[in-house]
Design a protein around this ligand. Structure first.
Ligand code: GLY
Length: 376
């Protein structure tokens, strides 16, 4: 099993482990007197398999709860439900809450664990690529407040995040690609070679005929055949994220780089939620579009040379990701202003100097949109 540490001032504060078999998670749970498992309803079979492996190996699994992991349920009500379930199940301060699911599940469970009895320990087994390379690493936990994403939450590290790439074979191609967008984003921040390898890998997936977006057929065998390559990419992306979080756990500077493409992506998602359009990009797809917009803004503001944005857009399209903003720039400006991300009116945009090198550049949404209008 590969282990990637998250550190703070030389002290290990978190651990990402990459395993090949379900049973490898058992030693990680050694020494926890009581384990409570919360899982996304959609992965109930996987959660049941896990519980049977754990119980069969002597881990004291004291309860199993399912949540409906949808953005509209990522709220205080669900967090309270998890807390109430822990309380009614008799979970003590020494308990560990183990979350199994995608980023919505891990975010909500991590938050509930962080406030239940003023904080119990928690750990994650992410079951989507997006959560494996991003959401379940780095300790951001939280829930939405009305239509504002992750407005309530804390940064608190899980005991471990256990990555098990095999679990991804049951994703649809579209869900997989949504996570792949975050992986590409990570390598644009740091890791030019991995970026090129990732584009090649995803490009070859896109060339396999007959894999429909929402189908698992064909896609599953492709992933099984390419398990080693995928696992290496996931490890590399997790290592980039762990290194950034080790430098800046509480996002006072460097960690903001991980928001590359997200200012635009959140605006696109905000606009969708507010009902302004019937377009429905997933989070990862919105990040892909947002990253291309960030590249265009990088060119327009002189941070990068000409041609970067087209190159990234071509790469993403080759991978099967969307690259065009579904709304006009004026709507985007409006949505960026409503996203409540601005500080003193300025937004921390992350711009791309080159693949593998980003910088922070503060400007207003209006300034960004004016630059983009000149560039598109
Ligand atoms: N998803 C960005 C971060 O964890 O900082």
């Amino acid at each position: 099993m590969k282990k990637i540490e998250i550190k703070e001032g030389g002290r290990t504060i978190g651990m990402v482990c990459v395993g090949q078999a379900l049973s490898e998670v058992v030693p990680l749970l050694d020494g926890y007197p009581a384990v409570y498992v919360v899982h996304d309803m959609n992965v109930r079979d996987k959660a049941a398999d896990l519980v049977s492996v754990l119980s069969g190996s002597g881990v004291n699994v004291c309860g199993l709860m399912s949540v409906e992991a949808a953005e509209e349920n990522k709220n205080m009500d669900t967090a309270m439900r998890i807390c109430r379930w822990l309380m009614e199940s008799g979970a003590e301060r020494s308990a560990l809450l183990l979350a199994v699911g995608g980023g919505i599940t891990t975010d909500m469970a991590g938050f509930a664990a962080s406030v239940y009895k003023r904080g119990i320990r928690f750990a994650y087994i992410p079951t989507t690529l997006l959560a494996q390379v991003d959401a379940a690493i780095g300790g951001k936990t939280g829930v939405n407040l009305d239509s504002y994403k992750n407005m309530i939450g804390v940064i608190r590290q899980p005991q471990f995040t256990w990555l098990y790439p095999e679990v991804l074979t049951t994703l649809t191609r579209r869900d997989f690609l949504s996570g792949a967008a975050e992986m590409l984003k990570t390598f644009i921040i740091s890791g030019g070679d991995c970026y090129r390898e990732c584009v090649d890998f995803l490009g070859s997936l896109n060339l396999v005929p007959g894999i429909a977006a929402d189908s698992k057929d064909g896609f599953e065998s492709f992933l099984r055949l390419n398990q080693g390559r995928l696992s290496d990419l996931i490890c590399a992306a997790a290592a980039v994220k762990a290194a950034i979080v080790s430098e800046d756990q509480f996002e006072t500077g460097l960690r903001r780089r991980l928001n590359l493409g997200h200012t635009f992506a959140h605006a696109i998602e905000w606009y969708e939620r507010a009902g302004g359009t019937d377009c429905a990009l997933s989070h990862g797809e919105a990040v892909a579009v947002g990253t291309v917009l960030a590249a265009r803004l990088s060119e327009a503001s002189g941070v990068s040379g000409h041609g970067l944005a087209d190159r990234i857009a071509d790469n993403f399209a080759r991978c099967g990701l969307p690259t065009a903003c579904p709304f006009g720039l004026d709507d985007l400006e409006d949505a960026m202003n409503k996203d409540k991300k601005a500080e003193n009116g300025k937004i921390h945009f992350i711009l791309i100097r080159n693949i593998g090198e980003t910088i922070e550049y503060d400007m207003t949404a209006a300034e960004a949109v004016a630059l983009l209008k000149g560039a598109i």
